[in-house]
Design a protein around this ligand. Structure first.
Ligand code: ASP
Length: 584
């Protein structure tokens, strides 16, 4: 009883044919002497009918079938009576009248119903992931993921890229996140690390002369998990020689255009717009702006620099920012609601939230009485105020003012349903600062990674004003998600060594950790750069899934557990002894 067709295939053209289907019992119902079963496989669902008049043995056996039993059926395809036609199903015009049934395997009652509409706790879903994966939505997500990988691979091959695998067991060189370590049995006390990304390898491949490399590759980061992060995740990793930012941005944009066209039928207009890091931060409060709605942040320092209102003036005098977003119309923003927004602003780190309501040509609100007529007039024209607007103002340190307003902007837009769900708004963020100061470590750390090159005309600033140096780095953002990031690298040893110096990585430490790369840079390293896309997040956006767990076959929980097989698990004394490890 090997199948002749699959469960999503049959239609009126097959009328009268004898065919065999294999699949899972999706739904079972007894309609007064006839048994109807929806038979399911990856391709779809076919309604099969057991009629005692057609075959009493098959009918009797079918009585005992239960959801998720695996069966083989042979029967004749018939047209459904017109009232039973289901235009929503690809097989909705036919049904199969069964005259032979074989049970291939019985199923225990599953811990939850296999149905996209049934609400099940995520814990249970993850424990029985193989059952959860029977649900159509998850199957579709993974099938789309597979299409995406094929498109990516075809795209890069057609542009002459070479696909090369890099090791999973590598040297531990933590910088940024923590490494996952693998003890070496042959060399007790020594460890491999799982790659956080193939960064150093892909640079070595450029030095080796491969010119264009790509790989769809697993990466591992032992971070304290934040929501919707996985300890292992997949990147589309890319590196190119003799290129500058424009080349990497161009090929990446074209890849994205292909993917969105093929997977969701969306035309990405090229070139994708760009924003400098500073513009993005001062207009949207972060470096991954959601551009599906407006509500930009507007800086008001100019308006208030001479103000009699001490709160604003003193912030400006101390190099802070007075910045605003306008919500229009202001309907529904009661005093109570504004108080809540104020609490939210404070919880995000702001000292407070001032507001004005502009209505009937007049200003009301917490700070209206402190502001001069002239200031209000300038404000009104600067913000191009329309009737019935709410102006939210944060006066605070530079970072706080913009980041708090950026977060409020997002939350208000979500609440007011301003975000157009069917749009994809792409933007490249460029001109990132090369470094950021880490208070915990009391040193500068690389914003992207230590191999990123500073802009050529700013190298001289590295010693005196490291904070001012911009990087040759770029991120691609869609709808508020960072989906790719990369940079042009330091291809000369002297510049790379200088970077380590600025990062307070001693010569000795640099040699111990990255000596292999530093040496390689001395043997004719070409100028090179690249990028990596987060495949999980990209597929999440393309499928409209709510979490990256929904596009990963066997994901971990947010505490990095695999509920299905119980990893991480304890190991035997013998295993530990072999590795010369002791649990303290
Ligand atoms: N390796 C970098 C990362 O994992 C990406 C890149 O610079 O190409 O973020």
């Amino acid at each position: 009883m090997k199948r002749t067709h699959h469960c999503g295939q049959l239609n009126l053209e097959h009328r009268g044919q004898e065919i065999v289907l294999n699949g899972w019992v999706n739904k079972w119902r007894d309609h007064g002497g006839l048994i109807f079963i929806d038979l399911r496989d990856r391709y779809g669902v076919t309604q099969i009918v057991f009629n005692p008049q057609v075959d009493s043995k098959a009918y009797e056996t079918a009585k005992a079938l239960r959801a998720e039993d695996v069966i083989a059926v042979k029967g004749i395809v018939k047209e459904r009576p017109s009232e039973a036609v289901n235009p929503k199903m690809s097989t909705g015009a036919i049904e199969l009248y069964v005259h032979e049934l074989e049970i291939l395997n019985k199923a225990k009652t599953t811990p939850f119903e296999i149905n996209d509409l049934v609400e099940v706790s995520e814990e249970l879903r993850l424990k029985y992931r193989y059952l959860d994966l029977r649900r159509q939505k998850l199957q579709q997500n993974l099938i789309t993921r597979s299409h995406v990988c094929k498109l990516v691979s075809d795209f890069f091959h057609s542009h002459d890229f070479v696909e090369i695998e890099t090791p999973f067991l590598m040297k531990s060189t933590p910088e940024g996140a923590r490494d996952f370590l693998v003890p070496s049995r042959n060399f007790p006390g020594r460890f491999y690390a799982l790659p956080q990304s193939p960064q150093t390898y892909k640079q070595l491949l450029m030095i080796a002369g491969f010119d264009k490399y790509f790989q769809i590759v697993k990466c591992f980061r032992d971070e304290d998990l934040r929501k919707d992060r996985q300890p292992e995740f997949t990147q589309i990793d890319v590196e190119m020689s003799f290129v500058d930012e424009e080349d990497v941005i161009d090929i990446s944009s074209r890849l994205i255009k292909q993917l969105f066209k093929n997977i969701v039928g969306f035309d990405v207009a090229l070139p994708i717009k760009r924003l400098s890091f500073q513009e993005a931060f001062e207009t949207y409060g972060n470096d991954k702006p959601d551009l599906r709605f407006e509500m930009p942040i507007v800086t008001l320092n100019e308006v208030f620099h001479d103000s009699d209102f001490n709160v604003f003036r003193s912030v400006i005098e101390n190099e802070g920012r007075v910045a605003s977003v306008v919500v229009q119309p202001a309907d529904g923003f009661s005093r109570k609601k504004i108080d809540k927004l104020t609490d939210r602003a404070k919880s995000l780190g702001a000292k407070g939230l001032a507001y004005l309501i502009y209505s009937g040509g007049e200003f009301k609100g917490s700070v209206a009485k402190f502001l001069s007529e002239n200031e209000l007039k300038t404000l009104s024209s600067k913000l191009a105020l329309r009737e019935n607007s709410l102006i939210l103002i944060v006066a605070d340190k530079y970072d706080v003012a913009y980041s708090v307003l950026g977060q409020l902007r997002l939350e208000i837009a979500q609440e007011l349903n301003l975000i157009k769900a069917d749009r994809y708004e792409f933007v490249w963020i460029v001109d990132f600062p090369l470094l950021e100061f880490s208070k915990e470590e009391n040193r500068y750390v690389a914003r992207h990674h230590p191999f990123t090159s500073p802009k050529a005309d700013q190298i001289s600033l590295l010693e005196e004003h490291p904070e001012k140096v911009l990087a040759r780095a770029y991120d691609l953002v869609v709808n508020g998600n960072e989906i790719a990031g990369g940079s042009i690298r330091n291809h000369r040893r002297d510049l790379q060594s200088k970077m380590f110096e600025i990062l307070k990585i001693s010569k000795k430490e640099a040699e111990a950790k990255f000596g292999f790369l530093l040496n390689a840079l001395e043997y004719g390293a070409p100028p090179h750069g690249g990028i990596a896309f987060g495949l999980d997040r990209l597929v999440m956006i393309l499928t409209g899934a709510e979490s990256i767990r929904d596009v990963i076959a066997f994901p971990k929980t947010s505490s990095a557990l695999s509920l299905m097989d119980g990893a991480p698990s304890e190991v035997s004394e013998e295993q530990l002894a072999e590795l010369k490890l002791k649990i303290g």
